[in-house]
Design a protein around this ligand. Sequence first.
Ligand code: RB5
Length: 144
Amino acid sequence: MSRKQIAIASDHAGYDLKTTLAGELAEMGYQVLDLGTDGPQSVDYPDFGSALAKVVGEGEVERGILICGTGIGISMAANRHPGVRAAVCWDETSARLTREHNDANVLALGARLLGVEVAKDCVRTFLSTDFAGGRHAGRVAKLG
Ligand code: RB5
């Protein structure tokens, strides 16, 4: 597993934001594994949430980013996979707290709800914040 590799996927509603964030991640030095979708044509978000959850859940990639219209449907799909803790975030604080308290390994964003700069802030914070451990560790273990 490469610590610098990150997976990203979206449905059609998240396609434009995915393209923007993939570029941002590359600029940050990440090797980006883009699992689609590859255009604005209508697709089904569970297919892309599941594809990303598979590589994160199996340990191929440490963390992932999912985008749909709200972040909700695609996070639901991802959270059906063992080892995946996908969190819908809407600002820097939610992105920080889900890393510190939940050890979230997948960030889910709503392209129809967030501005691009807020989405970038979520990504930067999600990737730079460590799990706090301590009292949170046992709780996260119960999720498994
Ligand atoms: C697609 O129209 C939309 O339903 C999807 O992107 C997502 O918001 C579902 O949760």
